[in-house]
Design a protein around this ligand. Structure first.
Ligand code: TMP
Ligand code: ASP
Length: 237
């Protein structure tokens, strides 16, 4: 496999073409962004930690029967992935109230949500990722009714797999965001699962061990990601 030209540069990852038209290289950079790219900083080792973290989680999800974009780990900062046509919506499940839900509804942070909630957001920084519903997604052709149902089913399946995985490591999976894409007509989990795109709290102390440390200027961001990785048994270099 040969890495070729840059295809797309996101806020924290860069995507490269390869000599295989069905494969891409995902490079995890140290860039850390919040508030739709308004706050950006470089954090040493974050790319390596997130790349290895993502590989670990995607492997667990594949083992549980969830199709993912991941092919293999290439280096500390790079993974080989399947080329997908991405659906431009984000799927968010929440087990505990935090973040935008607390701001939007004025509910108390930390309240357990029964049942867990599901929300769609449009992936658009300029519009600050507005919340959308299934009618918008179909009316604007971002995904079909069938794909919407599959995204919901798979996102909740990820919840049952990861909630218990994190629980065994003494962590609460508060909420998370997933993105999906399509290859050969199949819906596949794409992008990443790392502490950049979810909320994880220590089960006993409720200490924040995710990107909220960066958003809220709490410090110790990569240290927290390393702590989570170590508790899960993710091999870091
Ligand atoms: P929110 O509370 O800001 O709506 O975010 C819910 C979860 O989804 C949280 O773990 C962060 C993640 N998320 C992203 O990673 N990127 C996004 O663009 C959005 C909207 C949410
Ligand atoms: N919307 C996400 C956040 O606030 C990601 C980003 O804006 O970079 O963290």
């Amino acid at each position: 496999m040969e890495k070729r030209s840059e295809l797309y540069r996101g806020k924290a990852k860069t995507v490269y073409q390869t000599d295989d038209p069905n494969r891409l290289v995902l490079e995890f950079r140290n860039d850390t962004s919040a508030f739709d790219g308004e706050k950006v900083e470089q954090l040493d080792d974050k790319g390596m930690v997130n790349n290895r973290f993502n590989h670990f989680i995607m492997t667990r999800l594949e083992e549980a029967g969830i199709p993912t974009q991941l092919d293999k780990l290439l280096s500390d900062n790079e993974s080989l992935v399947k080329k997908l046509e991405m659906i431009p919506v984000e799927c968010v499940v929440r087990n505990i109230a935090a973040g935008s839900l607390v701001r939007r509804l004025g509910v108390e942070e930390g309240k357990e949500l029964n049942p867990p909630t599901f929300e769609f957001f449009l992936k658009n920084d300029a519009l600050h990722d507005p919340m959308v519903n299934e009618y918008h997604i179909q009316a604007f052709g971002w995904a079909s009714k069938e794909q919407i149902e599959q995204m919901k089913t798979l996102t909740f399946k990820v919840n049952s797999v990861l909630k218990s995985l994190f629980e065994q490591a003494g962590l609460l999976l508060v909420d998370y965001k997933l993105e999906f894409g399509v290859v050969d007509g199949q819906l596949v989990l794409g992008d990443e699962f790392t502490p950049d795109g979810c909320r994880l709290w220590d089960a006993k102390t409720r200490e924040k061990l995710d990107k909220d440390r960066f958003r809220q200027g709490l410090g110790g961001v990569v240290e927290a990601y390393r702590e989570v990785a170590q508790r899960l048994g993710v091999e870091l270099s």
